[in-house]
Design a protein around this ligand. Sequence first.
Ligand code: BGC
Length: 742
Amino acid sequence: MTNMNAPLANRGNDVNTIEERVNTLLTQMTLAEKIGQMSQLNAGDGYAPDYLADGLRAGRIGAVLNIVDVAAVNELQRIAMEESRLGIPLLVGRDVIHGFKAVAPIPLGQAATWNPNLVREAAHVAAIEAAASGINWTFAPMIDISRDPRWGRIAESLGEDVFLASRLAVAMVEGFQGEDLSATGSIAACAKHFAGYGAAESGRDYATTDIPESELRNVYLRPFNAAVDAGVATLMTSFSDLNGVPATGNEFLLRQVLREEWCFDGFVVSDWDSIRQLQIHGLTENDRESAYEAATAGVDMEMAGDAYSGHLAELVEAGRISIGSIDTAVANILRAKFRLGLFENAFTKPEELPAVANGWALETAKQAATQSVVMLRNEHNVLPLAAAELNSIAVIGPLADAPYQQLGTWVFDGDVELSVTPLQALRSLVGDAADVRYVRAMENSRSRASEAFDEAVAAARDSDVTILFLGEESILSGEAHSRADINLPGDQAELVRRIRETGKPVVAVIQAGRPLTLTNIVDQVDALLFAWHPGAMGGPAIADLLFGIESPSGKLPVSFPRMVGQIPIYYNQKNTGKPPSWDNIAHIDDIDTRAPQTSLGMSAFHLDAGFTPLFAFGHGLSYTQFEYRHIRMSANELKPGDEVTVSVDVCNTGGVAAEEVVQLYVRDPVASVTRPVKELKGFQRVHVEPGETVTVDFRLHTDDLSFYGRDGQLVTEPGEFHVWAGGSSETQLRTEFRLESR
Ligand code: BGC
């Protein structure tokens, strides 16, 4: 039994007690104090500045963001706890996106590991490091499905696929929040941006999104549903307009879907000033109406704006917003504070936490970087390099020795001193065995000056192999950094062409925050590693891969188009009524000017780009070969509610031990709403020794076949299904089963 007379701080932390404590506290709060809890302020720089201290004393602030000095945070908590009337502790938010001090690969790179355990671990490291600075809430994971590599924020996403993004979203939530949100080192996660942000028109950040409800439910909302089921503490709304109602004022999303259908009991925060932006969108006339729309729609807390603090009180007094709905919002926020254990434990003692950037943190970052690198090409097995056979290596390019750039976007707190660049790592790996000749060749990835190319060509000509480090600096992706042209920027393609002319083996390692169109360089290099922005330990990870200490095992979490005009191109597209195949397409170069209309192949393709991506979702090569054999199911006739096992044998027919990501795809060929040509339904990363055959089993439940039908309800429809297993979405190894109606 809870002793209601005991001070708040001495009561237990179970669910009932939390609800009692929330309700007790609510009865003691004034309207102004309630609105205070609904307001998050940017703390910016400085040590507990007066405006913050005064606001806290008066109960006008429930949360801050962007303060990372632990002494300052503790002082703010002290003021909130000891000098405000009710002593409610503060939420301290920060964008801890892919590491804190020890930066791991960008989230899109982490997605390329297809390794939920590693992704969970990386989030756990980040949480512990951030917690040591007093942070108790991260604005991550970002789980917007994105099929558009022009969008700069694809770097922060988990890629194009619902299943992969959902699995990794859950892993990140678990990593940040730990098993017990109130434990030291656990921080609240925030699934963002709810919802549809990744579908911005033409990949232009903040642009409009128009997503039909069935697409919204079957694709964009699913990772959020998974995060909610995994217990994510908070959600952030999107900046974007969704079907005419900006997400921050979208009652369908925030009330119907999130609260009524998913029963979410955490809280929703706006994005940065996105409540006031409802006016700029053209939804409201002024800040008061914006506050009205957002609060009515279900935004519990306003980030970095003053629409709530300025207008909620008058809206309540005018009877337009009920005190009941204010209480609901405040209860959602207080519940999160209780769950975090802040009332008992608001102060941060860094000495109780592991040291930041310790061996575990750096090793996790390195493993994630190693597993994130995707080998896209390896002609004549030019990789791995054999140290014993090399006398000289030319290391060329603007990203060979760029410690800050390899960290990627959103690294507010990342320690660039921890970065080990590819050049440094190669030098220390090779030692005296070979001469490493470094020519930067370009000031940055966008440079148009080619004066240094001669020196680079000379170094390449005099070396046994050239490793080109190309790509994009971190500033070319991330928020508000979208590109319309996603070729390698600047004169990099020309640099590749010049190096190619030497006739020496050329390996390209690309670091970038998004898929690039590599059509113009892919045939000019013998091997190609795509390393995303690999984080602090990118250098050692890449060096190990180049020399075969590790075999590449990353797989693409997003399709790579041949040309930007193919976008959106993604593996789980619909079949259309005229699906393309190699037999029914024409190429622009082969068309007779008087060719009759119907001779061109009447199917869904581009005359100049065909219908396939340059590299498909799930693709990634290894230093060994894997053969997939004998796909089978424990039963081929299923009834609703059944669970079956799909098995496949994976044989390592090459010469080295390696890890492989085995993927399971399903197709529902006939349904009341047309379904994609393939959908990922399972994946496993397995280690296979040379000559060994591993049997991989996937559990498949008939619920996994469900989709949102015409009426917006989840259905599983009987009929034939196709199942594939393999090493990419292009796998052809298939079996079938039938789902009976009962
Ligand atoms: C971004 C959010 C981020 C917030 C706080 C916004 O501009 O869209 O993702 O969490 O800023 O920094």
